[in-house]
Design a binder for this molecule. Sequence first.
Ligand code: AP5
Ligand code: MG
Length: 217
Amino acid sequence: MRVILLGAPGSGKGTQAAGLAQQLKVARISTGDIFRDEITKKTELGTRADEYVKSGRLVPDQLVLNMVFKRLDQSDCSGGFLLDGFPRTVDQAEGLNSYLAKKSLKIDYVFYLDVSEDVLIQRLSQRRHCPGCQMVYNLLTNPPQADSVCDRCGGKLISRGDDEPNTLKKRLMVYQELTSPLVAYYKASGHFAAIDGAKVAADVAQEIAGHLGGAKI
Ligand code: AP5
Ligand code: MG
């Protein structure tokens, strides 16, 4: 199965992607996680992406598309994949369509996590994440058992630099301008569901599972 999770910064894409990819037994691909990893490792891609991620702008489409296509060509994606944070522009969506069409494949579901801006800002001010295993926490709604320590791998939890208020403001503006048109784009293509992303995480997961009811999960 091939699934896209669409939504604004802080809408819960990463939180939902972790469990959903496991349930569906598909590869989880988070372009944001890949960029952060490449930046930490100081690779050529990371060096090129760094200035965009740091300032809350989108990495140029061609760079993103090349990276994603290379990732989708890997064998663990042959049984399906879950995309978290990609596509993010209409050009990226068109690029993905062409890539899939060449392989006679298609996207099965697009889930749009709908969350109001004040909730997004509140959530991201309380987010902590583990740069080692990518687990996401929230000091209010999903705190780690021990202060600043990842429950899963014992790594030190940090705040993401791009959650700083000015960068977050930029990310929300970029989302409105460049990514939110994808809601109408995918609505028109069918197999689209808007999910109330403001509910508690377990209920959001249940709502998504309800849409996948007929599908194997
Ligand atoms: P990326 O890492 O994808 O960031 P984002 O889209 O801004 O989304 P976030 O990861 O901030 O939020 P999320 O929706 O995953 O929410 P989360 O589950 O963490 O991208 C970062 C940067 O990389 C971009 O700015 C850009 O520069 C670059 N980039 C990435 N992809 C790109 C692309 N395709 N093209 C170009 N550039 C690209 O949850 C947030 C918080 O809320 C957490 O604390 C969590 O615990 C909590 N929470 C989650 N769900 C709930 C709930 N239901 N109730 C209460 N709290 C909740
Ligand atoms: Mg995320």
